[in-house]
Design a binder for this molecule. Structure first.
Ligand code: C5P
Length: 211
């Protein structure tokens, strides 16, 4: 089985030295790629900027922006059986890029932003992906409602839900505590290392295929 995994943040440039991004470390996605290899399957990791080492035996594509991640997924999705989209894609990007570093000349300034492409939302509708699709939902409120909604709206087979308002969970942490949300079945994975959580997610995903 071949898995595609997206990981890490994306960076949306404002000028040559500044960008908009988020606190994603990429650890959950890299752990998922490692877990896929551990279970004896092929993994392609498409990642935004992180400071992590690519797990051994994992194919790797490095991207910076949401648009580049979108295009890499679109190019590669044809050959995969399972896609786990774990990246913390920036939701907005500056509408224009300044070729020169913006000078601090005024007291206030407004940065105009536009939405980035929705990769998860394009998997079924735009890319025609027919394999098993797993999304992530990082929320600070109404965690399960948000995840159930995403399951339906994006055509996912499973959504991994993170309450990122808790310390030690989700963003920029080495541990995680998640809910696995499927149609008619919801299960909590108690707090554990991202490596062990990743293995459970991959095993659950494989059981979706077997079932
Ligand atoms: O809507 P929200 O950002 O909470 O959705 C999170 C899920 O959607 C994650 O699986 C994330 O990787 C994916 N996503 C995406 N493209 C975006 C935004 C989110 O693939 N532009």
């Amino acid at each position: 089985m071949r898995f595609l995994i997206t990981a890490g943040p994306t960076r949306e440039a404002i000028d040559p030295v500044r960008y908009i991004s988020n606190r994603s470390s990429g650890r959950m996605g890299y752990a998922l790629a490692g877990a896929v290899r551990h279970e004896g399957h092929e993994a392609l990791l498409i990642s935004g900027p992180t400071s992590l080492d690519v797990p051994e035996g994992v194919d790797f594509i490095s991207v910076t922006t949401a648009q580049q991640m979108y295009e890499a997924v679109q190019d590669m999705v044809g050959g995969v059986d399972v896609a786990i989209l774990c990246a913390a894609v920036a939701d907005y990007r500056p509408i224009s890029y300044s070729n020169q570093k913006i000078k601090k000349e005024v007291e206030r300034m407004t940065l105009e932003l536009e939405r980035t492409p929705d990769i998860l939302g394009s998997m079924r509708r735009v890319f025609g992906f027919r394999g098993v699709l797993v999304g992530f939902a990082a929320e600070t409120q109404n965690l399960l409602a948000g995840a159930r909604n995403k399951l339906e709206a994006k055509g996912c087979d499973m959504v991994v839900a993170n309450d990122v308002s808790q310390p030690g969970v989700g963003f920029d942490a080495s541990t995680n505590e998640v809910w696995l949300v499927r149609k008619g079945r919801e299960e909590k994975l108690e707090r554990d290392t991202k490596h062990r959580i990743a293995l459970r997610i991959v095993q659950e995903t494989l059981s979706l295929i077997a079932g």
